[in-house]
Write a protein that binds this ligand. Structure first.
Ligand code: WTA
Length: 661
């Protein structure tokens, strides 16, 4: 494949090579613009055509979009389908049953491949197993699993019988898991004895037991345990079942449950600006359609040829759309990796790409930055030591990618041959909403470029008026789209308030990010969250969630959390803490800080551990008692406070808060 042509080095703009522009699913800007124009001219006709061409319907829909109960939009509602049928059966019917669906690479390097036919069998047996223990359409099932074939099979099995899965990332604590069990009212939990990452085993079943011992889990009837390591675990024969024993006697076929396109496919919790995570609910039809379209448009997937590798865990939205559903719905071959990028060394990703001839690689900027650092220290793990010639496309997701990391990814990993698709999206959007199309869009490092066809983005001010190009504002989406969030599970009011706020007129989707649109190119650059949500290693963390965890500690009186820029993780968690006694210093401060970090890890999960803790006898507050977070952000960055602090009730406190414990 020809190199991507360098247009203007100064502004570092890259343009798709002729080869790309000719062979891609969206071949050139004209093709992109034609799709956008179709969407403009006949919005519902545009979506209806795509939905008919891409999704296999059991019964076709007669109505495209129902806006009568906005913002609770409904798409293709009288159409019926099954997501698992779309991801498995139809490929077998089309003669692709022997194509490899998943290449699983275990933490220790062992490889297992499953074909579409084999995966279909596993999913059918598990689906029958779930039915045999009483799981029905509409029931919620919590999945707390390692990365692996069984995790994806568990999601697909739920989809097959119309049960609603809610995957909880394996790094969340018993308390976080408990909160999700109670909020969903789950009837079953699918887990594993342990997970293995970076050569270490981590208990999963023991955490499930701990969560279930907390009050309010009476809805749970069964815990289905996949035997991953075989190490001894506690087993309650009244409730626990080995997955392998459950599925062995089951039939290899399972008639899919045909559900309305609006039937919930899953609930996935994500952080918001209050202490309580939001259960984002997605619907089967629209979500599946968008997973398929973005696989074709953004990733240019060629199912018969590509080996697709998305490094995200199934516990996050990226692992839903671009591991569990998108690649399978397209009938593609994908890698699922159980471990971490730094084990046995920081060349693991490059080794996997080389070994399995990966052609499309999709990861997070935080991973790239960590690997840049590692390869600067140890040349042996530098991508140049590996044969990465199978790569044709790279992708980035989860946070803004800084131009330096972009350039390294482009030059060292893609060897100046592969376009990088910087994909902006969210748990709530279901799939990419602003992203380049590799055969059409010129690339600017740091910009996610242009909205996808059919996604009507705009940038507005706080009262909903459009801001001029080149000026920052709030990113909104003006029209509903098929894969959008349907509601917050159990809290429709919060859904309306969070995403369709009255201040913006109540009819546009508020993404929660700031953005700027370039005057000349129309390209979008995301400037970061506008609410109290941090982005740590591409993971969303609510400051309120961490603050609530901190104040639950018996020593803590008050806490405020802010994000601090970090070279590797993008943002790092910095906590300002007031104890119920004088602020500690020296050795004692260090000890209490360690204790508080472990406490947060226990309350939420290791991902929420503050990197820095600072103690003071108070927090900087205005005379009306409001915490001045702006000042805390300046302090966390170690910068001088130059602004007027005359409204500050207690200026002396600032000195104390400069010390990191
Ligand atoms: C951020 C992850 C800049 C953003 C798919 C968003 C990004 C939040 C990008 C959603 C990107 C995601 N450039 N920022 N390409 N992608 N974000 O729900 O702040 O885990 O609101 O979904 O991540 O995080 P979530």
């Amino acid at each position: 494949m020809a190199e991507i042509e360098l247009l203007k080095h100064e502004s570092r703009v890259f343009s798709p090579s002729t080869a790309w522009a000719q062979s891609a699913n969206i071949a050139g800007m004209d093709a992109y613009r034609a799709l956008c124009t179709r969407a403009q001219d006949d919005y519902t006709g545009f979506w209806a055509k795509l939905a008919r061409e891409n999704v296999s319907w059991q019964q076709s829909f007669s109505h495209v979009l129902d806006e009568s109960n906005a913002p609770f939009y409904r798409w293709f509602e009288d159409g019926t389908l099954n997501a698992s049928y779309n991801c498995l059966d139809r490929h077998i019917e089309n003669g692709h049953g022997e194509r490899v669906a998943i290449i699983f690479e275990a933490d220790d390097g062992n490889v297992r491949k499953v074909t579409y036919r084999q995966l279909h069998q596993t999913v059918c047996k598990l689906a029958n197993g779930l039915k045999s223990v009483g799981v029905k359409k509409g029931d919620r099932v919590i999945i707390y699993m390692p990365m692996g074939i069984q995790g994806v099979a568990a999601m697909q099995a739920c989809a097959r019988i119309g049960a609603i899965h809610s995957v909880v990332f394996g790094g969340f604590s018993a308390k976080s898991l408990h909160e999700r069990i109670v909020d969903t009212g789950a009837v079953a939990i699918i887990t594993a004895d342990e997970q293995i990452r970076g050569g270490k085993t981590l208990p999963l079943k023991a955490i499930v037991d701990e969560a279930l011992a907390l009050p309010g889990c009476d809805s749970v009837q069964q815990v289905i345990v996949h035997k991953r390591t075989g190490n001894a675990i506690s087993f309650n024969p009244k409730q626990d079942l080995w997955m392998e024993e459950l599925i062995t006697p089951q039939s290899k076929t399972c008639e899919p449950e045909w559900v309305s396109a609006e039937h919930p496919l899953f609930i996935l919790y994500t952080s918001g600006s209050t202490g309580k995570p939001k259960g984002v609910q997605h619907a089967c039809g629209g979500y599946l359609l968008w997973a398929m379209l973005t696989m074709q448009w953004t990733f240019d997937i060629q199912p018969a040829k590509d080996v697709f590798y998305c490094t995200a865990d199934i516990g996050w939205i990226t692992g839903h759309t671009y591991v569990a559903y998108g690649p399978l719905a397209m009938g593609a071959t994908q890698i699922i990796f159980e471990g971490v990028p730094t084990y046995p060394d920081a060349g693991r990703f490059w080794d996997i790409i080389q070994k399995h001839q990966v052609s499309i690689f999709y990861t997070a900027p935080t991973a790239i930055r960590a690997l840049i650092k590692a390869s600067a220290i140890n040349d042996q793990v530098h991508p140049k030591q590996y044969d990465l010639s199978s790569l044709r496309l790279l992708g980035s997701v989860g946070e803004p990618i800084n131009p330096e990391a972009w350039m390294w990814y482009y030059q060292q990993v893609g060897q100046q041959r592969c376009p990088i698709v910087d994909t902006f999206w969210q748990t709530e959007t279901g799939g990419h909403v602003i992203a380049p199309m590799p055969g059409a869009t010129s690339l600017v490092p740091g910009s996610c470029t242009l909205p996808l066809p059919g996604i009507m983005t705009a940038i507005v001010d706080e009262s909903g008026h459009p801001v001029p190009a080149g000026q920052g504002g709030l990113l909104v989406i003006k029209r509903p789209w098929p894969s959008m969030i349907r509601t917050i599970w159990g809290d429709p009011e919060r859904f309306k308030k969070s995403y369709f706020p009255a201040e913006l007129g109540g009819n546009v989707y508020l993404a929660g990010d700031g953005a700027i649109c370039d005057k000349d190119s129309g390209y979008y650059t995301i400037t970061g969250r506008i609410d109290d949500v941090l982005n740590v290693s591409g993971h969303r963390m609510g400051t309120m969630e961490i603050e609530s965890a901190l104040v639950a500690h018996p020593l803590v009186a008050e806490a405020a959390v802010v994000g601090k820029p970090d070279d590797v993780t993008g943002e790092a968690i910095c906590a300002f803490v007031v104890l119920k006694r004088n602020h500690p210093t020296g050795q004692e401060a260090t000890q209490i800080a360690v204790e508080l970090r472990n406490w947060v890890s226990k309350e939420i999960g290791p991902i929420a551990k503050p990197k820095e803790i600072r103690f003071g006898d108070n927090l900087p507050k205005t005379r009306s008692g409001k915490i001045m977070r702006r000042l805390l952000r300046i302090l966390s960055r170690g910068e001088q406070i130059t602004q007027d602090i005359s409204t500050l009730e207690n200026p002396a406190i600032l000195e104390q808060l400069k010390q990191v414990a």
